[in-house]
Design a protein around this ligand. Sequence first.
Ligand SMILES: C[S@@+](CC[C@H](N)C(=O)[O-])C[C@H]1O[C@@H](n2cnc3c(N)ncnc32)[C@H](O)[C@@H]1O
Ligand code: SF4
Length: 309
Amino acid sequence: MPQASTFRQYSYYAGWFIRSKLGMKRPLVNTMIIHYACNLRCKHCAIAANADQIPEGNSLTFDAASREMKAEFDKGAKILFFEGGEPTIWKDGERGLGDLIAEGRRIGYYVIGYTTNGTGRIFEESDVLSISLDGPREVHDQIRGPGVYDQLMANLEKTDHPNIFANMVVMKPNLDKIRETAEIVKANGKIRGLMLNFLTPPPYDITLSHEEKVQVVNDALQWRKQKLPILNTERALKELLIEDYSEKCPYWVSSFTLPDGSKHGGCPMQGTDSCKNCGFDAVREYRLILAGNVQTITKMSRRFALSKR
Ligand SMILES: C[S@@+](CC[C@H](N)C(=O)[O-])C[C@H]1O[C@@H](n2cnc3c(N)ncnc32)[C@H](O)[C@@H]1O
Ligand code: SF4
């Protein structure tokens, strides 16, 4: 199926926005955590920390994924994101992530993307790629493992994909490397910008204190003015300082399917201690979109919702 026209997408998003104002809370994004398997064991990742307890074979099959994609599409989700674990190593027999992307396209999703540690192949057919970059080489590798930075950069060299964004999780090991990371992104012709997030604990020992977060946000606001490619909107950066975001979080904007096939009408972390300490920028941007914040609507729709391969 060809990608929906920009006009059709705009009309749909506008209708979704109006319906949400009238109290109709339908997902716009479908996040599919297709498996927990991963080739890395990053310091800050709860999936890595619990890798031993995850039963083998805890992975969506192609057929189950297809069913869930269709069900969420019919409920209203038009943006599809694959998550893991590491989505690029997902397999069901001969099928891989490329087949899931093709299936999402066949169903009619407007925008399809995935998040990756960047060590595997790049799926060029995806509309958006979100790569994880947690610092310059030494710090990225300290968090993610030896050689990971060079592998990521070598893979970026090989692609001309136009919509690659970087995600950084700010925590104690990379606290003083944010500016340097933004400069790396600026100098790298393949990455369009850097989205800053705070670590969502656990682990608590490398989570920033509130004072450290205030400093990061103040610095980031300055760096944006100096034209460093920080993608968070100004308001969202400030809202990252609201420590307990659980009351404000529009958790229903994305539906979630987990590897065991269970479904959540919103973020699976809702109601947990992690939820109270959520450091994800995206939920702030979602809230601001729903609040009608023009800067957020314009920037986020240009970057994600209307992105085309
Ligand atoms: C769970 S990973 C899955 C995709 C892929 N394996 C990757 O690393 O990009 C998705 C994103 O969540 C981030 N992440 C992992 N643990 C986190 C935590 N405790 N708090 C905030 N973000 C976290 C990762 O850095 C990554 O950018
Ligand atoms: S690569 Fe992604 S899923 Fe794997 S351990 Fe690191 S953050 Fe977790």
